[in-house]
Each structure stands twice: as C-alpha cells, then as structure tokens.
Design a protein around this ligand. Structure first.
Ligand SMILES: Cc1cc2nc3c(=O)[nH]c(=O)nc-3n(C[C@H](O)[C@H](O)[C@H](O)COP(=O)(O)OP(=O)(O)OC[C@H]3O[C@@H](n4cnc5c(N)ncnc54)[C@H](O)[C@@H]3O)c2cc1C
Length: 398
C-alpha cells in the first residue's frame, strides 16, 4: 500500500510538472480527441508533446507490457494514473483503433516479431489504423467477404473493395479480412492482413455524406502486394482473429460516452433541462421529462460501473468474448436514449443542421443525435448482437 501511495505521489508530481497547462480542464471536451498518425491533425498543438511525453513512459496504454513499449502498470497503478489525470482534468493523450482494437489483437495473435514491430508504433501513436471488414455484399454477413488474396512468392496479391472504412482517408494502415480460400466453408477461407495504405495499388475514396463531411471511405485494392509476414495468425485463420477483434470493438463502442468525467446524463441532461424547462419546487418542471431523466441517470450510473469493472478485468488480462455483444446492445441503446431525451428537452432548437438560425451548440446537438443512430449498426447491428447472445451466450438452438 505504501508503494501505491508513493506511486501516486510520483505520478502526481510528474503530471503537475509536465502536463501541458493548455490541456488541463479539457477532459470533458470530446473535441480534444487525438488519434495520432502521419496525417492526423491534433485538436491543439500541445496534444503532440502531451502524446510524446506520455508515450515515452508507455502511459498511452499503461497496462500493456513494458517490453513492447507499454507502461507495464498493474490494475491498481493504472487506476491511480487515470485518477491523477482526472485530478487535472487531462484528456487521454491518444485514442483510436490502434489502442482499442488492433493493438490488443496483435498482442493476442501476433508473432514475437510482429508485436515488437507494431505495438511500440501503436503506443507512440505513430500510425493510425482503420478497419477493412465491410464490403458491398458483406455487412452483417461478414464472412461473405470477396476481396481476394492470392499467394505469389513471399507476398499476397490483393484485389477487391472495402466500404464504410471509418477514417480511411486519415489513416496510415488498414487491418483487413481477405478471402484466401474460396473452396471451403466461408469462415474457414478468410485471412487477417495488416497493410500499409501507401502500398501501390490502393485507392482510398471518401464517401461524401449529406452533411458534407466524409467520415467513411471506400478502399479499392488493385494487385496490391502485401508481404506474407503481415498476416496475423495463420493463413485461413482470420475468422478467429476477426471475432476476437470485434469483441474489443464492441466493448469499446459500448463504453461510448463513458470517458471518465465526460459529461454524464447528470450534468449534460440536467443542465439542459434546467435551462430549457426550468424548475418547479426545486424539481424539473415537466413530470414526464423528469421521470425519463431519472431513468437515464440510474441506467447510466449502473452501466458505467459495469463498464468500469469490465475494463478493470481487461487491464488484468481478461479478453472479451461473446458477452461483449450484451455490452454493445445496452451501451448503444442507452446512448441513443440519452440523445433522444436531449432532443425532447431542446425541442426544435435541436433540429438545426446549418445556417444562422442555430448556434454552434445547437448544431452539435443535432449532429450528435444523428451520429448516435449509427451506434446500433457499427461493429455489427443490434440484430446480429442478439443472434450472437442467443447462440453463443445462452446456447439457444438455431
Ligand atoms: C458509424 C459507422 C461506422 C462504421 N465503420 C466501419 C469501419 O470502420 N469498417 C468497416 O469495415 N465497417 C464499418 N461500418 C459498417 C458496419 O460494420 C456495417 O454497417 C454493419 O455491419 C451492417 O452491415 P450493412 O450496413 O451491410 O447492413 P446489412 O447487413 O445489409 O443489414 C441491414 C439490416 O438487416 C438486418 N440484418 C441483416 N442480417 C440479419 C440477420 N441475419 N438477422 C437479423 N437481422 C439481420 C441488420 O440488423 C440491419 O438492420 C460502419 C458502420 C457505421 C454505421
């Protein structure tokens, strides 16, 4: 215990002395999210030194093994570091698919050589990753992927197309599923590849959305050479890896909005209700809204504790299994309920898309609400999660 107190003291002093003053107090500001990489623009110039100084200690992912550049901290030390960062209200130095999805998967399935190569780059945020799973005819039926990889000497030659690749145009590498054997059961002929997006023959085309933004891309592969040593696990062993990664993805999506100290139902919804509806005898004046608020607050608090317990277990080496689908359904539906509640509180003010009639906060509310609709699709739709829970958690018959 004395050791932990000493550890806390040393973390506190180090953060006090080094963490950029400009980033203190920004933990609740979700625009202070930085995914690193060669193309990434930090939301503030000080995000770069903040990332570098944390990465140097392995504290971007403090519980990963030291030998691969992680912090090597145990569960309690990791918690202390998080608490001390929260004390100064510092945002996480690094976010993205590297640390939440492909990193843990490389640690689980990578060869020693792959771990030594990729994990330190992920810890330092040197490369940003995107996910090449979905294809035009392989969304929910993910095992139906048709992007082909054919062996040629020490390489695979890849041809095909991915779609809905989030952040593809801002990423450096893609982790992807390819078909290496068309003559077996669909799942048995898939290989998991890691690929540098700068490789000749790759074209990334942003998909322009109605908002004018392009968070999704199509990625085209024409005779792209990918060295064999960029296969994760064995040839035709990609389905197992794909599912393991989805466990991490679903756990991450479920925790949406549960960044420590991020605005909770209590502060975000309550502030909105006080301002827009007002108080009567010290209570929110609208009885129906009040009751919906109470329900969201109760559900959010209990879910946050469950997510925290799960994330503590993961720091202690637990790997998410099919039960991550339960988290995904609950977390995403809760997030949508919260956004719907805000919509009811703000009414028409929340319906602005652009133009002078709405201030920045109102426009953000509308966009956040609409973005939450995608939560129950990305990482596998809710219906697919229910199928997984029925079959793999409850062992119900087909
Ligand atoms: C915000 C967002 C980000 C995304 N980012 C990425 C990314 O970075 N990389 C990537 O590879 N993909 C990404 N996707 C794609 C995502 O994985 C797919 O949208 C998802 O798997 C559903 O596939 P689909 O869109 O083809 O829908 P479909 O598979 O066509 O499904 C349409 C509807 O039918 C239902 N349905 C389909 N099959 C069944 C079934 N067997 N039983 C019951 N209902 C069924 C579905 O639930 C859904 O409601 C993203 C999607 C969103 C919304």
């Amino acid at each position: 215990m004395a050791d932990l107190q000493e550890f806390r003291q040393s973390v506190r002093s180090w953060l006090e002395a080094n963490a950029p003053k400009t980033l203190r107090g920004k933990v609740t500001d979700l625009t202070f999210t930085y995914s690193g990489g060669r193309k990434g623009k930090p939301p503030h110039p000080d995000c770069i030194p903040w990332l570098n100084m944390m990465a140097e200690r392995g504290w971007t992912i403090p519980f990963w093994p030291k030998e691969y550049g992680g912090g090597g901290l145990d569960k309690q030390e990791t918690k202390i570091l998080q608490e001390e960062m929260l004390r100064l209200e510092l945002p996480p130095p690094l976010s993205g698919m590297g640390i939440t999805m492909i990193g843990p998967t490389v640690l689980q399935y990578g060869t020693e050589e792959q771990k030594k190569l990729y994990i330190p780059q992920i810890v330092k945020g040197e490369i940003r990753w995107c996910q090449g799973y979905s294809e035009p005819n392989a969304g929910s039926d993910l095992a139906n992927i048709q992007t082909k990889a054919i062996v040629d000497g020490d390489d695979y030659i890849v041809n095909g197309q991915k779609i809905w690749t989030s952040g593809g145009n801002e990423s450096d590498w893609i982790f992807m599923l390819v078909r290496t054997n068309p003559n077996v059961k669909k799942q048995a002929g898939i290989t998991f590849l890691l690929c540098d997006l700068e490789t000749e023959g790759i074209e990334v085309r942003p998909i322009k959305l109605i908002s004018g933004a392009s968070i999704f891309c199509e990625v085209f592969f024409e005779d792209v050479r990918v060295p064999r040593n960029q296969i994760l696990n064995r040839v035709d062993g990609g389905w197992e890896v794909a599912r393991a990664l989805l466990g991490h993805e679903r756990t991450m999506i479920a925790g949406l909005g549960s960044r420590p100290a991020a605005p909770t139902a209590e502060d975000r919804v309550e502030a909105a209700a006080k301002k827009n509806i007002g108080l009567e005898n010290g209570k929110i004046a609208d009885e129906v809204i009040r009751s919906r608020m109470a329900q969201v607050q109760i559900d959010e608090s209990s879910f946050k504790l469950t997510v925290q317990r799960n994330s503590d277990n993961m720091k202690a080496g637990h790997r998410p299994g099919p039960e991550s689908s339960i988290f995904k359904i609950y977390g995403t539906e809760l997030n949508q309920r919260r956004e719907e509640l805000l919509l009811s509180i703000f009414g028409p003010e929340c319906l602005g898309w652009e133009g002078d009639g709405f201030d920045a906060k109102e426009l953000e509310l509308c966009r956040t609400w609409l973005r939450s609709r995608g939560n129950t699709l990305e990482g596998g739709s809710s219906e697919i999660q229910l199928n997984i829970i029925a079959k793999q958690v409850l062992n119900l018959p087909d």
